[in-house]
Design a protein around this ligand. Structure first.
Ligand code: AN0
Ligand code: CP
Length: 316
C-alpha cells in the first residue's frame, strides 16, 4: 500500500478489519518488520489520539518515529505555486515535503480544512501536495475531507462489539459552538456505506453532507426515527457543506441523553473524541454503560498498525 487517504485505497475492507483485530491479539507479531524504517508524523493541527496511537502502532512494528508540529515548529509554509515569496511564508511545500521524504520511509500528515473555500478544501490541496512532492508512502492523519484511520478504527470497533450480523448503525449530528470539519462524518459515512451494516444518517435541516460520501445511506431529519432499534450510535458535530462552513443557532434537543436511548437496541454510543461534555454528548451517557468511546479510541492503535504494516510490506 502506497497511500491511505480514503476507503478507496483499501481493496478489501473486511480483510483489513480482520488484520487489525489480529494485531490487537498479537501486537508484537511483526516487531521486526519496521526495523531501520522511520515514520514521520507531521501535524498542521492539534492531536492527542492520532499522534499517540500511530506512534504506538509504529513502535509495535519496530519502527522509529519522528513527530513534527509543523504549524508551530516548522517554517511558515507556502502552498501556492507561481508566487514570489516576499511575504510571511519562508519555505515552499515543494522543498519541505521533498526533504521530509529523504528522512522518512513513510509520512503521516494532518491538515484540517480552512472551512472558507470549499473547492480548495475538497480538492485536498495540502494533503495532495505532500503526496506529490515527498516521494514516499503517505498516510492521512485527518485531511480536509476525510479521517480514514478513525473510520477504520470505528469499523473495527463495530465488528468487534456487534451482537447481530448486520447491525443498525446511526450517525447523528450533535450540537457544538464552533464550526467543525465534515471530515469525520464524511469518512465514517463512506466506510459504513461499504460495510455490511444498515446505515442511517440523521441531522437537522441545513447540515446535509456532500452526497459523494453518503450514497446508499438512509438520511432523515427525524432523530427518533433514526435511533429506533439502533445498535450503534455515532455522535458527531459538523458544519454545513452548503453554505460552506456555516453553523446555525444550536438546537440542544439534538444532544443524546439516556432517555433517548430507550428506543434503541441497547445502543453502544461512539464518538471519535475530543468531545465537549453536555454540549455534544451528555455526561450521563459518557459515564454510563452504553458509551464505548474509550474502547473506540484504543482501537486506533490496531487500525494504524494494520495500515503501517501494509505500507512496510510494500516498501520491503
Ligand atoms: C476535529 C474534527 O471535528 O474534525 C478533530 C476530530 C478528530 N475536532 C475538533 O476540531 C474539535
Ligand atoms: N479522534 C482523533 O483523531 O483525535 P485527535 O484529534 O486527538 O487525534
Amino acid at each position: 500500500m502506497k497511500l491511505f487517504s480514503s476507503v478507496n485505497d483499501v481493496p478489501d475492507i473486511n480483510a483489513i478489519v480482520k488484520e487489525a483485530l489480529h494485531l490487537k491479539q498479537f501486537p508484537y507479531a511483526y516487531k521486526n518488520l519496521g526495523e531501520n524504517k522511520t515514520v514521520a508524523l507531521v501535524f498542521l493541527n492539534p492531536s492527542l489520539r492520532t499522534r499517540m496511537s500511530t506512534q504506538k502502532a509504529a513502535l509495535n512494528l519496530g519502527m522509529n518515529v519522528m513527530v513534527l508540529n509543523l504549524d508551530k515548529e516548522g517554517w511558515a509554509l507556502e502552498l501556492q505555486d507561481n508566487v514570489i515569496m516576499n511575504g510571511n511564508t519562508v519555505e515552499h511545500i515543494r522543498e519541505a515535503a521533498a526533504v521530509m521524504g529523504q528522512y522518512a520511509d513513510i509520512i503521516g500528515v494532518r491538515s484540517f480544512p480552512g472551512l472558507k473555500n470549499r473547492d480548495e478544501d475538497y480538492s485536498e490541496m495540502i494533503f495532495n501536495k505532500f503526496v506529490q512532492f515527498c516521494g514516499v508512502p503517505v498516510v492521512s492523519l485527518e485531511s480536509a475531507t476525510r479521517h480514514p484511520l478513525q473510520s477504520l478504527a470505528d469499523l473495527v470497533t463495530i465488528e468487534e462489539l456487534k451482537t447481530r450480523t448486520r447491525p443498525k448503525v446511526v450517525l447523528t449530528w450533535a450540537p457544538h459552538v464552533k464550526a467543525l470539519p465534515q471530515a469525520v462524518p464524511n469518512s465514517f459515512a463512506e466506510w459504513m456505506c461499504r460495510a455490511d451494516v444498515d446505515f442511517t444518517i440523521t441531522h437537522p435541516t441545513g447540515y446535509e453532507l456532500c452526497t459523494d460520501f453518503t450514497k446508499g445511506a438512509t438520511i432523515t431529519h427525524n432523530q427518533d426515527e433514526a435511533l429506533a432499534d439502533a445498535d450503534f450510535i455515532y455522535v458527531k458535530n459538523w458544519s454545513a457543506y452548503e453554505p460552506y462552513g456555516k453553523i446555525f443557532p444550536p438546537d440542544e434537543n439534538w444532544m443524546l441523553t439516556n432517555d433517548r436511548l430507550k428506543i434503541t437496541n441497547k445502543a453502544k454510543v461512539m464518538h471519535c473524541l475530543p468531545v465537549r461534555r453536555d454540549l455534544e454528548l451528555s455526561s450521563e451517557i459518557l459515564d454510563g454503560e452504553n458509551s464505548i468511546v474509550v474502547h473506540e479510541a484504543a482501537n486506533r492503535v490496531w487500525a494504524a498498525q494494520a495500515v503501517l504494516k501494509r505500507m512496510l510490506e510494500g516498501i520491503g
